[in-house]
Design a protein around this ligand. Sequence first.
Ligand code: NDP
Length: 457
Amino acid sequence: MPTVTAETTSIAKQYVQSVYETVIKRNPHESEFHQAIKEILDSLTPVFAKHPKYMNHGILERIVEPERVVSFRVPWVDDSGKPQVNRGFRVQFNSAIGPYKGGLRFHPSVNASIIKFLGFEQIFKNSLTGLPIGGGKGGADFDPKGRSDNEIMRFTQSFMTELYKYIGPDEDVPAGDIGVGAREIGYMFGQYKRIRGGHEAGVLTGKGIIYGGSLTRTEATGYGCVYFVNEMLESKGLSFQGSKVVVSGSGNVSIYAMDKVNQLGAKVVACSDSNGYIYDPNGINLQTVKRLKEVERKRISEYVNEHPHAAYTEGCSGIWSIPCDIALPCATQNEIDEESAKLLIANGVKAVGEGANMPSTLEAIDAFLHNNVLFGPAKAANAGGVAVSALEMSQNSMRLSWTFEEVDAKLHAIMKNIYQNSVRAAEVYGQSGNLVVGANIAGFIRVADAMVAQGVV
Ligand code: NDP
């Protein structure tokens, strides 16, 4: 193996910088995509310095360019009879280690930059799970808020009428993300089945249990994030028991992160939605949150009507001013900026686990790392969802269903493994304790080796 010298490090740095500049030039105005690329590329310099073969095979130039990007019109008719048009996307980023795999997001902010950042992150996250899944992501700039069930059904059917051409159990397997839960997956699966004329269960994950879904998939991302943070805490002789926790969001990831936090004997004192946050010093009543958000699809502000001792504050970022031992950002990208990170640090936060994708800005991550806050980056800490999606695909192929306990045990083992692999990679490349670098490198090497083996494709 070549030795690392000042010269090889300098060559590696120049290589990484030139690829980054090409990405900026080729994808102008895509700030979220640039941010995701920068975070990963910065960590990979020591890998190229140690293994120049990855430069010789053009791995970086190839990995930053999606294998395929599809963008399409989604026409549908609203309840008043008015035609509406949205824009749909599917980015098939990398299939070196398996079929493209990644969720669909329905949110008005969706654009090419958001889907590309998510798809790029997904390559490394999926690799970290150790399972045979490539990276992809998709969605539409559709806002499900305030839409009737019938409107959701017509929109998702129209979306799938175009998307079905590009997906399949061995090609590309979408799942849920923001705005896409069991209801939307159900409608999309129905439309896919109708068009294809067969019950290809493995084409989507996050399905209902009665038609091919996996037990524990609903809980997987939130549970997995807490399992990961628990590993970080245990490494320092700490635990969730008796801790005060702040969890942003009140969607799928957030709700099941709160559930597991409660099971481990900690208290969640705050959560939020896109309008504001609630603070309940007695501990958030999760049953109320679940009913409000999952069943009645209401605003989190309504929580205080049933729990008058709790307080509601308009606006999301203030949630990070609440003192806590552990912070779990589980809502959306860039929700913790440098200022919020500094507030958390000043208030004594010990650990941060990213349940959402890229919830911390690059400056916020630096602040956590420089202040010795245990930091679990998204692509490692929230990989539990896609890991159980891959287990759903396995069950679909075998035409059987594992129990909740079996899947949960596999999820727990996968999260431990991701933690250990990230710790080890950080150590090997001289950045002990930095799980951002460790996760990026561990995820990258598996994909890069597969790309080397498969030639320039
Ligand atoms: P949901 O749609 O179920 O929930 C999202 C939550 O975040 C809602 O409470 C929503 O509030 C809130 N939110 C959305 N946008 C904003 C915003 N701009 N500011 C503040 N809060 C906001 O999505 P998920 O729970 O599935 O996803 C949450 C995050 O986790 C995303 O980053 C997603 O990519 C990531 N993720 C999800 C996985 C999964 O398995 N679902 C897997 C891995 C990562 P409101 O109710 O007002 O819309």
